[in-house]
Design a protein around this ligand. Structure first.
Ligand code: 3H9
Length: 676
């Protein structure tokens, strides 16, 4: 097998090049090749300096994550980084693309670093539940100080070449298109300079105030995660006067503990699940895509406006249609306000706001949609209204235009059937707020054409969404799984639990909010029959008293002006009253029962969805819940979580409370297999 590492001589400079597509991950062959090449460079008297660079779209993007959990093939990355640093001849890292994780650590082992202006460097291991395990936690603080090291390791966001230059993490920014030549010239300049700068020989200043402030600032973000604290502890160790060797030993110990833990397994699962979700099993990867030059959006409400922003931000013009001028003005006003708020936070330049707004064409004329290549309907969630819109769309849309509905529950096949081109119809279920939430459920109708599906999936990536394909079923993947949870949560209230108890169990589990906090946010009146005299459940009783949630400052909780919730004595009365009328004597409900009835039931529903072929794979279900509903990523999504709980335990829990268990779940539990 040929090595992914080759070398080229430029007189006295040895250039070591990696070619390991797609992202130059530092797999075993790369590590072996690097080690051998650097050793050769050291041994060859005619070499005065070395440059390490990568072919393709990026410098090393990190360790090869697919090797994790398998037996390690020597040399390990820490060994390679240490031997580069120990070299008696200078080694220069020449960075383009993203030098991430182990890739960043390779650069820190090098004596010098040069980068193109567009390069980024970072240590995102924390997002995989890990920490930089090849000396990164010890070298970054020694070069760039504790503050930046905390930011880079515990938060994991990459920094720009400019910021890295200011922090000393790179030595020079070179030409965007002349990286190799400039790196060689740089290597010649420093070839005879001694002593060689070695990060391990520097000392880092302790900064307890910065550590304390960082922990406080990020307490919410880090809640329940193991890895951020371990990253922080390692950075502190680098600056507490310990030797470099002791720091490295500490880093290794922490790294291994995280690697063996369930959180990192869950986060690595999601990394691959997210990428897998983009693939459609029975649609070839090279399917020719339809060209989308302009998008149409029907409805300028919260959803339509948010949807439009995704495309505008990606530079795709949008035609947005409303029926009334005031609604249109309100909608476009909200879009502008959102962009201006982003600009005020410094995340957008004022001219970018104008550019985005300039690409938005508001209109009252439905016929203007004829110029669009993709049209997304985002109006009321009623089949009659949707059918009417699609009939009208069919009459005016250009041939080959993709017609999409943003419905969150309704049958796409029924909607498609009122057009003469059902193959062009697809569901695009955005989550609210649509400009923020990363999930997009792409609903594949019976007749949806392959190229329509492939085009929408590719477009999703362009607008930075994580797309998952769902089949036609009421509520698709996410909302369908939400249903048993809501039904059981409401039943538990009747039987004796309080909204606070149930919500607390969910928040402790890691969800951003519990079922009743979510009802209050979404609106208790959603789906209500609007007849105050008809009270069939506790929700009806609340809705009848105008307790519609946060918007009326009263729902399952009371809210003050700042929307801070507090327990509501009135809700307790309403619940007590409803229990009495229903002849129910309340009993004590255990937290364990809440977990089984509101979380295991979701897993069961997920298994049914898979059995019915409405989701392609169990990991897709996990992606939906992580990106659409805030399921804690360190639990890897409901299906992964069920697996780590033990499927036999999940089945036993469901049976204890008399739920009919999905066959695939039962089979996997019995055979010790996995949910697929
Ligand atoms: C680490 O370094 C630990 C060390 O500190 C300690 C060691 C002792 N490995 O994302 P894309 C695959 S931990 C294996 O679609 P993009 C990916 O699965 C690592 N495979 O491209 C996909 O495969 P497929 C720290 C990897 O252009 C394909 O490459 N580093 C790896 O949108 C394309 O990926 C990270 O966490 C990997 N490291 O984004 C960085 N990375 O085609 C992780 C990617 O079969 N990577 N693949 O679906 C990224 O963030 C993005 O991939 C990157 C490119 C920004 C680089």
């Amino acid at each position: 097998m040929t090595s992914p590492i080759r070398t080229e001589r430029h007189d006295d400079v040895l250039v070591i090049i990696s070619n390991n597509p797609p992202v130059n991950a530092l797999g075993a062959a790369v590590r072996q090749g690097l080690e051998a090449a650097v050793k050769d460079g050291i041994a060859d008297d005619s070499v005065t300096a070395m440059v390490i660079r990568c072919d393709g779209r990026t410098f090393f993007a990190g360790a090869d994550i697919t090797e994790f959990g398998k037996e390690m093939v020597e040399p390990g990355l820490p060994t390679v980084v240490d031997m580069i640093e120990a070299s008696s001849k200078p080694v220069v890292a020449a960075i383009h693309g993203t030098a991430l994780g182990g890739g960043c650590e390779v650069t820190l082992g090098c004596h010098y670093r040069v980068a193109v202006p567009s390069a980024k460097i970072g240590t995102p291991e924390v997002k995989l539940g890990l920490l930089p395990g090849a000396g990164g936690t010890q070298r970054i603080p020694r070069i760039a100080g504790v503050r930046l090291a905390l930011e880079m390791t515990a938060k994991g966001d990459p920094i720009s070449a400019k910021k890295a230059l200011d922090a000393g993490l790179i030595d020079k920014i070179v030409g965007e298109d002349s990286l190799e030549a400039d790196a060689i010239a740089f290597a010649r300049e420093i070839a005879t300079k001694r002593p060689l700068p070695r990060a391990s020989e520097k000392t880092a200043q302790a900064d307890p105030d910065a550590v304390a402030a960082f922990k406080t600032e990020n307490a919410r973000r880090f809640r329940n995660f193991d890895a951020p604290a371990a990253n922080i502890a390692c950075v502190e160790k680098a600056a507490d006067g310990s030797s470099f060797a002791d720091g490295i030993a500490f880093e290794r110990e922490q790294f291994m503990a995280l690697m063996m833990g369930v959180q990192s397994a869950a986060q690595r699962h999601i990394f691959f699940a997210e990428r897998q979700a983009a693939k459609i099993d029975d649609v070839p990867a090279d399917t020719k895509l339809r060209e989308i030059k302009r998008v149409g959006v029907i409805g300028a409400g919260t959803m339509g406006g948010g949807i439009s922003m995704n495309f505008l931000s990606a530079g795709i013009p949008v035609t947005i249609v409303e029926m009334q001028q005031d609604a249109l003005d309100r909608g476009t006003g909200v879009v502008r306000k959102n962009y201006e708020a982003t600009a005020a936070k410094g995340r957008m330049k004022p001219e970018q706001v104008e550019q985005a707004m300039g690409a938005l064409k508001p209109t009252l004329d439905f016929a203007d949609l004829a110029e669009c290549d993709l049209i997304i309907e985002a109006v009321y969630e009623t089949m009659e209204v949707k059918k009417d819109i699609f009939t009208r769309l069919d009459a005016i849309a250009k041939p080959g235009a993709i017609l999409a509905s943003n419905t969150s529950y309704l049958n796409i096949d029924e909607i498609a059937a009122c057009t003469k081109r059902p193959e062009d119809v697809v569901g695009m279920h955005f989550f609210s707020p649509a400009n923020v939430m990363k999930l997009l459920e792409v609903v594949r109708g019976d007749k949806t054409a392959d190229d329509v599906l492939a085009t929408v999936m590719a477009l999703a990536k362009k607008i930075k969404k994580v797309a998952v394909v769902a089949g036609v079923t009421y509520g698709f993947i996410g909302n369908r799984m939400l249903m048993p949870r809501q039904v059981e949560a409401t039943k538990l209230l009747l039987e004796g639990a309080s909204p606070e108890q149930i919500d607390k169990v969910h928040v402790a589990f890691g969800m951003p909010m519990g079922p009743f906090q979510m009802s209050d946010l979404a609106g208790v009146d959603i789906g209500w029959h609007r007849d105050p005299s008809r009270i069939e459940n506790i929700r009806d009783a609340l809705a009848a008293e105008n307790r519609w949630g946060q918007k009326t400052k009263a729902g399952f909780y009371d809210y003050d002006e700042k929307r801070t919730p507090s327990n509501s004595p009135r809700v307790t009365e309403i619940i007590d009253d409803f229990r009495a009328k229903s002849g129910v004597t309340p009993r004590a409900i255990s937290d364990e029962e809440i977990v089984v009835r509101t979380l295991y039931t979701m897993v069961n529903e997920g298994a049914l969805i898979l059995e019915e072929g409405k989701a392609q794979r169990a990991s897709d279900v996990d992606v939906v819940w992580i990106y659409g509903y805030g399921w804690p990523v360190y639990r890897g999504g409901p299906m992964f979580w069920a697996q780590s709980e033990g499927l036999a335990k999940v089945v036993a829990g469901l049976e204890k409370y008399d739920f009919p268990v999905a066959k695939s779940l039962k089979d996997a539990a019995e055979s010790g297999g996995r949910l697929k």
